[in-house]
Write a protein that binds this ligand. Structure first.
Ligand code: SAM
Length: 291
């Protein structure tokens, strides 16, 4: 039988089930087997690998994962897709579909229960665009026992993941991703390989989990709240953002200024000019003032 990810088979499946796309769930299905081959290749899958997929849709990517990986666990939020997936993926016995919003799922527990025999686990997904950032943040922050992620997203979001200081793409997402992973763009995907076609091109990103974070911080959650504060209003200076965003920041202005001097960071710089190393240094010096 033809791959699910061909325009003719996808249309046939959609017609058979009278499936209507929900834009609100970011439903853009891939219809190009070559793109799928490149995604699974980038993920470095073998039968010793388990794959976690988010949003299998009608199973386009799931099918390729099932062929190459030992086992696939896929989270799908849309109940209407369950009977379709049961049908389209019936030739593959190594796939488990979980009907759940991945943002509410206990992924660690699912790994323990479903993938206990696997030491090599990859997240591989064509992510729903409306929740790309929260999904990536959740999977990174939960410190899952995974080798990494190979994920497709809007190119514009992809550019933010590996952005460098001083660029308009650089922000708290870039810092979080670089803290936990080494991010690389695997390839760019034109909008023509989806049904329905999105408005913008996509990119496949490879996020390789670091064995330890890029910088050492005394308190991770304080570090991330500092980063968030520094980017709260991008046009404001660092000192203005910190005093307006940090708890009792206004009263602590003098102390914050002293600590910035100690960290050798000019208070009139903008948050977007600070490197992750500077954020780490500042976080470790400021933490005692806010704990
Ligand atoms: N993997 C398929 C493909 O490549 O053709 C479909 C990808 S489509 C971009 C995104 C999929 O994610 C849809 O099937 C959608 O229903 C599902 N989805 C959206 N939000 C979700 C969530 N919070 N949790 C799990 N699945 C979600």
């Amino acid at each position: 039988m033809k791959d699910i990810a061909t325009p003719s088979r996808t249309r046939e499946i959609l017609k058979k089930y009278g499936f209507a796309f929900k834009k609100s769930l970011g439903q853009n299905f891939l219809v190009d087997p070559n793109v799928l081959n490149r995604i699974t290749e980038a993920a470095g899958l073998t039968k010793e690998t388990a794959a976690i997929e988010i949003g299998p849709g009608i199973g386009a990517l799931t099918e390729h994962l099932a062929r190459k990986a030992g086992k696939v666990v896929a989270f799908e939020i849309d109940k209407r897709l369950l009977p379709i997936l049961k049908d389209t993926l019936s030739p593959y016995k190594n796939v488990e579909i979980i009907h759940q919003d991945v943002l509410k799922a206990n992924v660690k527990e699912v790994i323990k229960e479903e993938l206990s025999g696997y030491s090599d686990i990859m997240v591989v997904a064509n992510l729903p665009y409306y929740v790309t950032t929260p999904i990536i943040m959740k999977l990174l922050e939960e410190c899952l026992p995974i080798r990494g992620l190979v994920v497709m997203m809007q190119k514009e979001v992809a550019d933010r993941l590996s952005a460098q200081p001083g660029t308009k793409e650089y922000g708290s997402l870039s810092i979080a991703v670089q803290y936990y992973t080494e991010a690389k763009t695997a390839f760019v995907v034109p909008k023509t390989v989806f049904i329905p076609q999105p408005n913008v091109d996509s990119a496949v990103i490879h996020l390789k989990r670091r064995t330890k974070p890029l910088v050492e911080v005394d308190n991770e959650s304080f570090f991330f709240s500092l980063v968030k504060a520094a980017f709260a209003q991008r046009r404001k200076t660092l000192i203005n953002n910190l005093t307006s965003q940090m708890p009792n920041g206004k009263e602590k202005k003098e102390q914050i200024l002293n600590i910035l001097a100690e960290a050798e960071i000019d208070p009139s710089r903008r948050g977007e000019s600070l490197s992750i190393q500077e954020f780490a240094r500042l976080s470790n010096l400021l933490y005692p003032l806010f704990s």
